[in-house]
Design a protein around this ligand. Sequence first.
Ligand code: SF4
Ligand code: SF4
Length: 293
Amino acid sequence: MSVQRFSLHDGPGIRTTVFLQGCPLHCPWCSNPESQPKHPVQRHKRDKCSGCGACIALCSEGAITRGEDGFPHFDRTRCIGCGRCEQACPNEAIAISGKLMSVSEIVDIVKRDKDYYHNSGGGVTFSGGEVFMQPEALLALLEAVKADGISTAIETCGQTSLEWIERVEPLTDLFLYDIKHSDREVLKRVTGGDLDRIVENLKSLAGTGKAIVRIPCIPEFNLDEVTMRGIYDIALRCEVGELHLLPYHNLGADKYAQLSKEYAYSCEGLRNEELEPFAEMGRAFGLTVRIGG
Ligand code: SF4
Ligand code: SF4
């Protein structure tokens, strides 16, 4: 888990965003690849590394060796996320993303900014990864902050059981609910998502007025008339009145190199204006469509 205070983009007002590790999907444009595994992940920033070797000597798991280029190389299958290498590095070239935290530790942090939430209409947002990869922890967190009168939001891709959606719904004020595609075959092939499950879960929120659909607008994936029309149709069927179009950006590309992974989805970021025709299309359906989160 990790926690970000004074967040302005994960729901209304000033918020604290709690990121839960783990995601059931594998979207190739993901800007937070470090949040996909369910465990803490170690990133190496090669541009800051001097090759001093302090981290190599410290790692008791044999996860770090010196490569032929003189720099450390990482076997993340052996890493247990202990964080010793991060602490030992004199150049801040290593960062551990996510750490084990208890519910009470997180709730203590969230409560610190209660006055800001109250004055700005904000609250806490649970995000990921995918929040439903740790559903018991999510439920415990929601119960604890709700008991303290704090407004709650969840960011989700909807890939979970109907039972979990129904269990968290009474404790959640806002669902920021991703619909990434309207074609079940394409969604499955590219992201691993199950559109029927995702839509059924969204439909269960119909009538609550709590769901906003968010569409990550990705060139060459879903940014075409047929797909966007299909997503608007899903929103209408699920009685969702508001949608947010999120323009693709490639700001997470560097993280792939830090994780020794290839960023397979490198195309130009989108400008808000480029989404305006698609927003207009949704408005013609009677929907409220905003560009941006
Ligand atoms: S986090 Fe711990 S186990 Fe992982 S590479 Fe660093 S020292 Fe080794
Ligand atoms: S301790 Fe830091 S600077 Fe030294 S080799 Fe490891 S990552 Fe590079």
